[in-house]
Design a protein around this ligand. Structure first.
Ligand code: AMP
Length: 284
């Protein structure tokens, strides 16, 4: 496995490696969710590249950029064990040189859900992902269903900017009790860790009501919200039942729906979702 920092070194190394090339972008502090993306890329591509970059422009002024957990040594070890060929760890200066002033912004999709709660977040995400795509020029890029809106926004960007890249979405990996794996779970203290399963419980409440025949999106949203409110350590930010591609609120749930939520558990902000895709549940 080669670990590179500069863009010229990355380009030179990639030029020697066979196609198809798969890219797994990450912000590091890797867990089994990240590694499942690498593993899927390993099965589908001749060369697997991963990137580790804590992207400052996708954090709001009051968010956790400086506290964001990091473990470069551990991450490289995990990527090596998973069979990664190339790891790019660009510096902030490489990604955002002085006088940087060009941004990529997906306009409408980013006004909903996470975009509404975290102004500027997706502008940072699409800008950095566009730069990673330009640098690595992968044939396929791997993203987690855990960040469902990010998937929708990146697919839109790929269409709009004509990137010749296939976006592969991998299921959400969970802890034994259903909590979606996340680097931010490291912030959960004491009782918060147990309380954090409330997101999974709320999503399951909607899923089982749907399975029993409930089709009113409002009723399903209320069921999720009621489950969240019953957990004293949790503070709901939003629950949503929306179309998975347009992210617009649904009135009735038929074959395709994204059930999603953002919840504070203590001071830690967690997101999770279940996808109903053509009548089949993708829960991870
Ligand atoms: P991050 O390092 O949080 O930016 O995540 C990097 C990639 O890993 C993104 O595509 C995430 O959606 C994906 N990811 C994060 N958590 C999980 C998980 N629990 N299961 C599957 N993929 C995940």
């Amino acid at each position: 496995m080669q670990t590179l920092t500069s863009l010229p070194d990355l380009r030179a190394a990639l030029a020697q490696l066979p196609k198809p090339l798969g890219l797994v972008p990450t912000m590091g502090y890797l867990h089994a969710g990240h590694l499942s993306l690498v593993n899927t890329a390993r099965q589908q591509c001749e060369t697997v590249a991963a990137t580790i970059f804590v992207n400052p422009t996708q954090f709001g002024p009051n968010e956790d950029l400086s506290a964001y957990p990091r473990d470069m040594e551990g991450d490289l070890e995990k990527l090596r064990n998973e069979g990664t060929d190339i790891v790019w760890t660009p510096t902030k200066e490489e990604m955002y040189p002085a006088n940087f002033q060009t941004w990529v912004n997906v306009e409408e999709l980013t006004t909903y859900l996470e975009g509404a709660m975290r102004p500027g977040h997706f502008r940072g995400v699409t800008t950095v992902v566009a730069k990673l795509f330009n640098a690595v020029r992968p044939d396929k890029a791997y993203f987690g269903q855990k960040d469902a809106q990010q998937v929708a926004v990146i697919k839109q960007m790929v269409r709009d900017l004509s990137y010749p890249i296939e976006i592969i979405v991998c299921p959400t990996m969970r802890e034994f009790d259903g909590l979606a794996m996340s680097s931010r779970n490291a912030y959960l203290k004491g009782d918060e860790r147990r309380a954090a399963t409330v997101l999974y419980r709320a999503l399951n409440a909607a899923k089982s009501a749907y399975k029993s025949g409930e089709r009113s999106a409002n009723t399903l949203r209320h069921l999720m919200a009621d489950t969240l409110r019953a957990e004293p350590f949790a503070k709901m930010q939003y629950v949503s039942c929306a179309h998975p591609l347009t992210l617009k609120d649904l009135d009735w749930v038929e074959q395709d729906a994204l059930f999603s939520m953002a919840v504070y558990v203590g001071r830690t902000r967690l997101i999770d979702n279940f996808l109903l895709d053509g009548g089949k549940w993708v829960t991870g």
